[in-house]
Design a protein around this ligand. Structure first.
Ligand code: PHE
Length: 357
C-alpha cells in the first residue's frame, strides 16, 4: 500500500505535462490500474481483511485523484504564467506611424512645370499675393478707367477711413511679377512665376483662388516664334503626349501686343478629359509680346528690348493631365479623392533610397 502510495504521489508531483498525468491516472486508478486491481482482490479476502483494506484502498484512490487534480491545476497555472511571460505586450511603445498625407496635385504639377521650364533656362520669380493696384493694373497698362479692371472680378483690400496708403488687391493674375522681376534684374531675363491668384468667381471651371504660372522672356530679338516653340515644347513634356496640338487664337490683353490665347486639343468623352485627341479645345493660357508701355513701367528700354509673356492656369492643366472634370474638387475634397486619382503618400527621401520601411 505505502509503496503504491509513494510511487504514484511521487510520479504525479514530478509529472511535467498533462499527457504524463493522464498516463499516471490510467496506471493507478484506471479500469486496469494498479489500485483498481487491488480493489478487485477485495472479493477474495476474508471479511476482516476486507474491512481493513477496503477503506484504505478507497482513501488511497481519493488521495491519488485529488493529487492528480491539484497537479493538473498547477500545470495549467504554470502554462498560463509562461504564456503571460512570453507573449507580453508593451502598450507604452509608440505606434508605427502610417503616412497619411499626399502631395497636393497642384503642388506636384507646379514642381513639374518648374522643372520643365528650368530645362529651357527659366528661373523662378516671386511676388506678393496682396499686391498694390499699381503692380496688378497700372504698370500692366490697365489704367483706372480701363474695363479690364471690372472684368477681373477683383477682391479689394478694405482700407480704414483716412488710410492714405495706395489701394491693395488680392492679385488677379501673376502678371505683376513680370514688373517686379524686370525691376529687380532688368533685361535680358527669362523667368517663370508660379503662384496663387484670386478672382470672385465660382463654378465647375472657376474657383475664387486658383493658380497661374507666368512666363517672361525678354531679349534683343525674342519673337512670337520663340513663344510658340517654348509652349509646344512645354506641352509635349508636361502632358507626355507626342501629338499635342495647340491652337493660337488672336486675342487682346492690355499688357501684350499682339496677344494670343492658346487652346489645347482634348476630349470630354465619358465624363473624363483626355489630351491630344477629340474635337474639343480647352483654353490653357493667355500670351503675347510684352507691350512697350509695360517694359517702360518696369524700367526696361523698349527700343532695346522685346520679348514674350504668358500666363497659364496651373489647375486647368492639372485637370487635363489627370482627367479631373471639376476644378472645385481641388480645394474642397479629402484624401479619398486624391487617392482616387492615384496621388500617393509622400515618400520621405532617404540617403540610400530604400532604407525606409
Ligand atoms: N494675365 C493674363 C490673365 O490672367 C494672362 C496673360 C499673361 C496674358 C501674360 C498675356 C501675357 O488672364
Amino acid at each position: 500500500m505505502d509503496e503504491l502510495r509513494q510511487k504514484y504521489l511521487g510520479a504525479i508531483a514530478d509529472a511535467a505535462d498533462e499527457p504524463t498525468l493522464e498516463e499516471l491516472r490510467l496506471q493507478a486508478v484506471g479500469k486496469k490500474g494498479e489500485v483498481s486491481l487491488r480493489m478487485r482482490e477485495l472479493g477474495r479476502m476474508t471479511p476482516e481483511e476486507r474491512q481493513e483494506m477496503g477503506p484504505k484502498l478507497n482513501a488511497l484512490k481519493d488521495e491519488i485523484n485529488s493529487a492528480l487534480a491539484a497537479k493538473k491545476a498547477a500545470l495549467a497555472d504554470a502554462a498560463l504564467n509562461e504564456r503571460l511571460r512570453a507573449e507580453w505586450l508593451d502598450v507604452t511603445l509608440p505606434g508605427r506611424p502610417r503616412r497619411q498625407g499626399t502631395i497636393h496635385p497642384v503642388s506636384q504639377v507646379t514642381d513639374e512645370i518648374t522643372a520643365i521650364f528650368a530645362d529651357m533656362g527659366f528661373s523662378v520669380a516671386e511676388g506678393p499675393q496682396i499686391e498694390s493696384d499699381w503692380f496688378n493694373f497700372d504698370a500692366l497698362n490697365i489704367p483706372p478707367e480701363h474695363p479690364a479692371r471690372q472684368e477681373h472680378d477683383t477682391f479689394f483690400m478694405s482700407r480704414a477711413e483716412g488710410d492714405n496708403r495706395p489701394p491693395h488687391v488680392l492679385r488677379t493674375h501673376t502678371s505683376p511679377v513680370q514688373i517686379r522681376a524686370m525691376q529687380e534684374t532688368g533685361a535680358p531675363i527669362r523667368v517663370i512665376a508660379p503662384g496663387r491668384v484670386y478672382r470672385c468667381d465660382y463654378d465647375q471651371t472657376h474657383t475664387p483662388m486658383f493658380h497661374q504660372v507666368e512666363g517672361l522672356a525678354i531679349g534683343r530679338d525674342i519673337s512670337m516664334a520663340n513663344l510658340k516653340w517654348v509652349l509646344e515644347e512645354f506641352c509635349r513634356a508636361f502632358f507626355e503626349v507626342e501629338g499635342v496640338e495647340l491652337r493660337f487664337r488672336a486675342s487682346h490683353f492690355p499688357f501684350t501686343e499682339p496677344s494670343a490665347e492658346v487652346d489645347i486639343r482634348c476630349s470630354w468623352a465619358d465624363g473624363s478629359l483626355k489630351i491630344g485627341e477629340g474635337d474639343d479645345w480647352m483654353e490653357i493660357l493667355g500670351s503675347g509680346m510684352v507691350h512697350p508701355k509695360v517694359l517702360s513701367a518696369a524700367g526696361v528700354d523698349p527700343s532695346q528690348w522685346q520679348g514674350f509673356a504668358f500666363g497659364m492656369g496651373i489647375d486647368r492643366i492639372a485637370m487635363l493631365k489627370y482627367g479631373i472634370p471639376d476644378l472645385r474638387a481641388f480645394f474642397d475634397s479629402d484624401l479619398r479623392w486624391l487617392r482616387h486619382y492615384g496621388f500617393s503618400a509622400l515618400d520621405v527621401p532617404t540617403l540610400q533610397g530604400g532604407l525606409s520601411a
